[in-house]
Design a protein around this ligand. Structure first.
Ligand code: DX5
Length: 230
């Protein structure tokens, strides 16, 4: 996976996978052209849920995926080394969980992986913009973090547009990732606003045919990318 590209990529989230056949589902989306998946890590403190450990990163890496690890934890810099060690290509922490976002991003990069910074729906994008120089991926949450299958919050798209404008003006190589409630009904709007990495859990792994769902979402996203209709 090269650095942020000028197209949109759909990133299936393992959180929505069927753990009894996750390998099969990953193989199916891989065969459909998927190259990037997202691993949601939850600690039961930062969010009221528990999810995956580093072994899930290893499972995806063993299948040749580019993997971003989204740390929804109160101590991201303590656990970041575990996920870097497991093979994550990007490790993303939440701005709400760190004292100094710029330093957190530099610390993550020092692990030899790309750095990501996430904002919850109600968190303004200013802190993210201020740390942009150290950020390889800016994650805008379109649901309150903690659970898959929630309703998309379209009002966060204004943050996506602000990030898109700033990243383009500064000619930064930084993905804008949107995560939460992304589906066939809203992905075009999200990509049009400037998101070039679109996390989709339920819309892919909750579908009867996850490969077909992935292909449909990626076509919609790539067609609409950057046209700023939102
Ligand atoms: C929330 C998670 C979810 C997940 C995607 O904390 O980050 O957003 O990745 O789940 P869906 O696509 O089912 O909303």
């Amino acid at each position: 996976m090269t650095a942020a590209s000028k197209t949109a990529t759909v990133v299936p989230s393992l959180l929505a996978g069927d753990l009894s056949r996750l390998g099969e589902q990953l193989d199916a989306v891989r065969a459909a052209g998927c190259a990037w998946v997202s691993v949601d890590v939850m600690d039961g403190h930062f969010v009221p849920n528990l999810s995956f450990g580093p072994d899930f990163v290893k499972l995806a890496k063993a299948r040749g995926f580019f993997v971003d690890t989204h740390l929804m934890v109160t101590n991201p810099l303590d656990v970041a080394p575990w996920f870097a060690e497991a093979g994550s290509d990007i490790v993303t922490c939440h701005i709400e969980a760190v004292e100094d976002p710029g330093l957190a991003l530099k610390t993550i990069r020092a692990l030899g992986v790309k750095s990501g910074l996430a904002v919850k729906p109600k968190t303004p994008v200013d802190g993210l913009l201020a740390a942009l120089d150290y950020c390889d991926l800016a994650l805008v949450m379109s649901v309150e973090p903690g659970f898959g299958g929630q309703k998309f919050m379209a009002d966060v798209l204004a943050k996506v547009s602000s990030l898109r404008d700033e990243i383009d003006v500064r000619r930064r190589d930084c993905w804008i990732q949107l995560d939460g409630g992304v589906n066939a009904g809203n992905i075009a709007q999200a990509a049009a606003a400037g998101a070039d990495s679109l996390v989709a859990g339920s819309a892919v792994f909750g579908a009867k045919d996850c490969a077909a769902a992935f292909r449909d979402l990626e076509l919609k996203a790539r067609t609409a990318f950057g046209s700023k209709k939102h």
